[in-house]
Design a protein. Structure first.
Length: 94
């Protein structure tokens, strides 16, 4: 695989992860489905860092936070394999 294809795959993965990581890499969940804070019932806010694969969910009302890093997660590996296969199998149009 050429470096440009790897960079393209990483860019694609980063944009994908910006939505999927914050959802626990499970079924598609939109931000409206992020549950309220279990401690005070406040509205939770989420931040995703695509380059480090870190997520942060925080409640501004009571300052409780939950941090996750998905580096090495099995679903990330599977997604990278799929992206690599897709890039490898891409051919110039005939």
């Amino acid at each position: 695989m050429v470096w440009s294809e790897i960079i393209n795959a990483i860019d694609f993965l980063a944009s994908f992860l910006s939505s999927e990581l914050a959802k626990g890499l499970g079924k598609a969940v939109n931000m409206e489905e992020l549950k309220k804070c279990p401690f005070c019932g406040g509205e939770a806010k989420m931040k995703v860092n695509e380059s480090t694969l870190n997520t942060l969910i925080a409640c501004p009302s009571c300052n409780v936070t939950m941090k996750n890093n998905f580096k090495g997660h099995k679903r990330i590996k599977k997604l990278l394999e799929e992206l690599a296969i897709e890039a490898w199998n891409r051919r110039v149009e005939e």
